[in-house]
Design a protein around this ligand. Sequence first.
Ligand code: HPA
Length: 265
Amino acid sequence: MSKTVEYIQSKSQGINPTVGIILGSGLGSFVNVLENPISLSYDELDGFPDAGVSGHGGKLHLGKINHTEIAVLQGRAHYYETGVVDAMKIPVRTLAGLGCETLILTNAAGSLMEEAQPGSVMAITDHINFTGVNPLFGEGSNTRFVDMADAYNSDMRSRFHKIANDENIKLHEGIYIWFCGPSFETPAEIQAAKMMGANAVGMSTVPEVILARHAGMKVAALSVITNMAAGMSDEVLNHELTMENAGKGIKDLKTILVRFLELYS
Ligand code: HPA
């Protein structure tokens, strides 16, 4: 067992999480649904990204939703921050080491589909890694050759759809393409991404999905659509605008996630 896992368990007051969640930009308020969470700063956790760099505070929260014990990572390191592609390796492996068999990722994304407008939510069905880099570079054993078919668990996705239906939420689904950023894409790149079959674009998530599949976890991912991708609307893209647009999507995403966790077994 890693030292980080041991350390967290020494503070966890008996919470043994079975579900890990990684929160994307602007989604940090999800942790408010946890009653009396145990919160640890990334600065206390060996191998976790610098809490400052991750830009969202950088905290691990342990708590419960109904009977489901969960570990929430608020703040992720992005490839564009440091050029280090495996910066989330220890956090993802720590979640697995704590007993999380499932990982749910959330992110903010640009839409390549006219019907998925800012403020909507999309379940990711598959991804395209357009960066050419991989967080398993340097892994020694043959386990590095991870099968990425069905990386996004279809059973969990069906449950998301059922909940969205019951709650009158329109849940889109589609393929997420990972660009490394930090500049936004050009309109030509978005045209190319559309031709490749992508439905949403973002700068995160894919490395964690690869790491989680390598660690044997089941994975699901939800995007909040914060903007139409480059060239698809007259809006000038910037970070503040994307976060401003996220509001309704964040509310719907929280509803789906909380209901999912309430019913998780
Ligand atoms: N491109 C890349 N990342 C993003 C976008 C986008 O349009 N919106 C939110 N994250």
